[in-house]
Design a protein around this ligand. Structure first.
Ligand code: F6R
Length: 609
């Protein structure tokens, strides 16, 4: 995820900014840069790669000056490169800007600015902000910033400086975190506390549509119309290590809690007034007509998201799907022709088996559509069509926010293909899109249940096995939940399709067996209820995730814990439902004293076979 640091004070800005960026390295990034004001002008340096590479450039040509902004970039628009790195500057280099987030309407703004004569150097959405600021600038950078913010749609936190106003920094926030740090004769902006914790613990959190104007001895806050506002200071008491995790004990819990925002970022610009819009998926109706079979291939959690993808595509676009793990696919001699579409999912974009599958498919002439989280990754470079999940970097080994965003992407693709085939009614499109947009709220509901799930996990921490059952999409959620439990708590866990219980697995159920039931799908609820009664009568302890209207029935069936999702569209349910399972896996692992972020024997990116 991108990082922002800004400094205005008496000290040399360069080292403070570089040091702040290093404190944000844990968030992941692919390039870094700084802009510092000195002797009447803004100087800047930016470099693809690690901060170390930027430091080498700065060693040769240091940036002197005591006002500046710095940035680490996690690419979303345009691959990692020197030119796409931040800061971005106006053509006369009098205004510099760093940005976190995604400007949803950047294409529209870019077209308008090009017509006005602006020339663009980069592929980023951020550069429009630099030129827009310039287009509104008539001697007052605060006014220009205010007007610019009104034109921007999407999520952004911005750090802005102008060489005409050299003692000032401007910070603006909308849907992307930004904080202001107050020091003695110096003030700071940052996207996250660790960047400035060494200098100050006195923080102001900017809220949406707020603007801060900083000089070395003042910080003033304004609303979007420029009216002065008061804000409350927060004193940070965490130690630096906790601060990296945003106060959470583990990255995994932080990332679980980031899921509402991750989904929002996945959907930005893709659900428009004209329906689903996937810019980088360039399959046309003619292309699709030629495709006679579709394969979905991935590993682990990404494969589990693919299972839901199969269900969505088959349901909406009526295209039969074959799904396979990449490690099997590559050695199975799969039937691939020029008329095959291969859909791959990979958070890292670097998984060896997934890359091998792409290689085989491309050699046989197939078209490749990739869902990945990493811009410029090997998977992204190999694919013909790409859909980025925009989840931000995932640090914990166990994948959480990447999974829910992959599921959302799979649904978007299914709707897109259905639309191309003329199978999606306006009404269905609108209903599902609205429901997807509502899913962050349902995830929040799940997050609110954290304490209760924690209690249940602690009560049952000595269990030997945990089973998950569901039907249809719920069964797919169980498969992912079971993987989470295994990998971080080391408890044996299996998922069964509930209808299969009586064909064998029910023999495992005895007094005290813990069963997690996902029962969100209306059409199979009654069947699942019978399965619950069957396992209850054999003494199982049951935790269920279901719709509010089924609460009573579940409680009457003796279910110990019932968690309900409200305003549910069945196809969207896997997104909030899995969050309850992630939380259970997390708290079970914590209760058993496991190192949640670094489970034994596992690596984040599996670049070997
Ligand atoms: C599990 C997990 C793994 C990955 C798998 C694929 O929590 O993270 O199962 O999903 O190794 O990795 P990517 O998505 O990077 O291809």
């Amino acid at each position: 995820m991108c990082g922002i640091v800004g400094y205005v004070g008496d000290r040399q800005a360069q080292d403070i900014l570089v040091n702040g960026l290093e404190k944000l390295e844990y968030r992941g990034y692919d390039s870094a840069g700084l802009a510092v004001f000195d002797e009447g002008k803004i100087d800047y340096q930016k470099k693809k790669g690690r901060i170390q590479q930027l430091k080498e450039v700065l060693d040769e040509k240091p940036l002197a000056g005591s006002v500046g902004i710095g940035h680490t970039r996690w690419a979303t628009h345009g691959e990692p490169s020197d030119v796409n790195a931040h800061p971005h500057v106006s053509s006369d280099e009098k205004i510099a800007v760093v940005h976190n987030g995604i400007i949803e309407n950047y294409m529209e703004l870019k077209d308008k600015l090009i017509k006005e004569g602006y020339e663009f150097q980069s592929d980023t959405d951020t550069e429009v902000v630099a030129h827009l600021l310039d287009s509104y600038y008539d001697g007052d950078i605060f006014e220009a910033a205010k007007k610019t913010a009104k034109d921007l749609k999407g999520s952004y936190s911005l750090g802005i400086m102008s060489s005409d106003d050299p003692d000032k920094l401007i910070a603006i926030r909308k849907n992307s975190p930004l904080i202001i740090g107050m020091g003695e004769n110096e003030n700071f902006i940052a996207s996250d506390v660790p960047a400035i914790l060494e200098h100050t613990r006195n923080i102001y959190y900017l809220d949406n549509d707020e603007i801060a104007v900083l000089t070395k001895d003042s910080v003033d806050f304004y609303d979007e119309d420029g009216n002065s506002i008061e804000k409350k200071e927060t004193v940070i008491t965490w130690d630096p290590e906790d601060a990296e995790k945003g106060g959470y004990p583990y990255f995994m819990l932080k990332e679980i809690n980031e899921q509402p925002k991750a989904i929002e970022d996945t959907l930005i610009g893709r659900i428009t007034e004209d329906g689903i819009k996937l810019d980088d998926v360039i399959i046309t109706k003619e292309d699709l007509d030629k495709i006679d079979h579709v394969h979905i291939v991935a590993c682990g959690t990404a494969y589990n998201a693919g299972l839901l993808g199969k269900a969505f595509i088959e349901k909406y676009a009526r295209i039969p799907i074959e799904i396979e793990t990449a490690s099997e696919y590559r050695y199975k001699d799969p039937i691939i022709t020029e008329n095959t579409l291969l859909i791959v999912l990979s958070q890292s974009g670097e998984t060896a088996d997934t890359l091998a599958a792409i290689d085989i498919a491309k050699k046989a002439g197939a078209r490749v559509l990739a869902i990945t989280n990493v811009v410029g990754s090997s998977v992204a470079r190999e694919a013909d069509d790409i859909l980025y999940t925009n989840a931000g970097p995932e640090i914990a080994v166990a994948s959480t926010k990447a999974y829910v965003t992959q599921v959302a992407c799979m649904l978007l693709i299914a709707l897109h293909l259905a639309k191309l085939k003329g199978l999606l009614s306006e009404e269905d499109q609108k209903r599902i899109a609205e429901s997807l947009l509502n899913s962050p709220k349902q995830i929040e509901e799940a997050l609110e249940a954290s304490e209760e799930i924690e209690e249940f996990a602690y009560e049952n921490k000595d269990l030997h096995d945990v089973y998950l059952i569901g039907r249809g999409l719920d069964y797919d959620s169980c498969i992912e939940g079971s993987l989470k439990i295994k990998e971080i708590s080391y408890v044996h866990s299996e998922s069964f399709s509930a209808g299969e219980l009586k064909h064998g697995p029910i023999a495992l159920v005895e007094d005290g067996t813990v069963l997690l039931v996902v029962a969100t799908q209306d059409k199979t609820f009654d069947k699942l209820l019978s399965n619950i009664l069957e396992v209850r009568s054999r003494g199982a302890k049951v935790l269920a995730i279901a719709q509010e209207k089924h609460r009573d029935a579940l409680e009457k069936a003796g279910v110990e814990k019932v968690f309900c999702i409200t305003d549910l569209e069945d196809d969207i349910a896997p997104i909030p439902a899995v969050v309850y399972l992630q939380l259970f896996a997390y708290y079970l692992a914590v209760a058993r004293g496991c190192d949640v972020d670094k489970p034994k024997n596992l690596a984040k990116s599996v670049t070997v076979e």
